[in-house]
Design a protein around this ligand. Structure first.
Ligand code: CAA
Length: 272
């Protein structure tokens, strides 16, 4: 008889290796790491469903105040999974569960920071744009290369890129499929901040930690109002903001925040 010694750490390691999205929580910050390194984190259906599932769970978890989504040094994500796409016919696309997964990711109510290194292409760039903002390593590469495959962006690439970088740069990127580097992405307004590759995740987590310390009701309302501004005319947006402001001002955390400031102490928010 042959005995094979398997330790608990082996089991934990192999379970973690199989997970397509690894979630780790530190304090009130959840980091979701895309985990298909052999495919440059290409976003297949299983990964997207796992990601949206973890976000949905985080949305109702009061212990989580902000999320960081990241990949690895070589790739945030190199796009939708082209190999999987090749197997899909029109009916598959009609029933595509990724559509709901993308909608759920975009609807997430708490702040998300995308910590991006390496390739951030196609669906990867679309995922990063679903975050509230992007922090990128100096060697990150952004692009919507779908046109080179005879297709087009299908998860917000034409819409969110137009709003973030403006029509000239967006159309240049989606029509030529050309990539831009981190410096160009910063200048264009696609990313909020660039830093050394090794510092990206820590910086994103540190900012997420800061955000997660604030009153959750105020933070969620700020995110919601910022996103609404993309859909509404200015006057409608201002009314929407005003109503949200009144709702936030009726929270117990508003009293706590102001009282803490006046009494020179740290606030203790209760999400009420
Ligand atoms: N889908 C599936 N597999 C992918 C992938 C993708 N989007 N991108 C990379 N991979 C795989 C490669 O096939 C390769 O696997 P094998 O070793 O099994 O062949 C592995 O990842 C490593 O990739 P490369 O050998 O190509 O690595 P490289 O460093 O030479 O090149 C790259 C990197 C320039 C990013 C190149 O991989 C590439 O061009 N990838 C495709 C990028 C792309 O077109 N993305 C858009 C997809 S469509 C989309 O996203 C639609 C949408 O809007 C939702």
């Amino acid at each position: 008889m042959i005995y094979i010694k398997i330790t608990i750490s082996d089991i934990t390691m192999s379970a973690a290796q199989e997970k397509l999205v690894i979630g780790t929580q530190q304090g009130r910050v959840l980091t979701l790491t895309l985990n298909r390194p052999q495919a440059l984190n290409a976003l297949n259906t299983a990964l997207l469903i796992e990601l949206s599932g973890q976000l949905q769970a985080a949305d109702t978890n009061e212990d989580i105040g902000a999320v960081v989504i990241t990949g690895n040094q070589k790739a945030f994500a190199a796009g939708a999974d082209v190999k999987e796409m090749a197997t899909m016919n029109a009916i598959d696309l009609h029933r595509d569960p990724r559509v709901q997964a993308w909608a759920d990711i975009a609807r997430f109510s708490k702040p998300i920071i995308a910590a991006v290194n390496g390739f951030c292409l196609g669906g990867g760039c679309e995922l990063a744009m679903c975050a509230d903002y992007i922090i990128a390593g100096h060697k990150a590469v952004f692009g919507q290369p779908e046109v080179k495959l005879g297709i087009m962006p299908g998860a917000g690439g034409t819409q969110r890129l137009m709003r973030l970088v403006g029509p000239a740069k967006a159309k240049q990127m989606v029509l030529t499929g050309a990539t831009i580097n981190a410096k160009e992405a910063l200048q264009a307004g696609l990313v909020a901040e660039t830093t050394a590759a090794e510092a990206v995740l820590e910086k994103a987590q540190s900012q997420a930690k800061q955000i997660a310390r604030y009153a959750p009701i105020a933070v969620a309302a700020i995110k919601d109002c910022c996103n609404k501004s993309l859909d509404l005319e200015l006057q409608q947006g201002l009314s929407y903001e005003r109503r949200s402001y009144c709702v936030v001002s009726s929270s117990e955390d508003r009293n706590e925040g102001i009282d803490a400031f006046l009494n020179k102490r740290k606030p203790e928010y209760q999400n009420r």
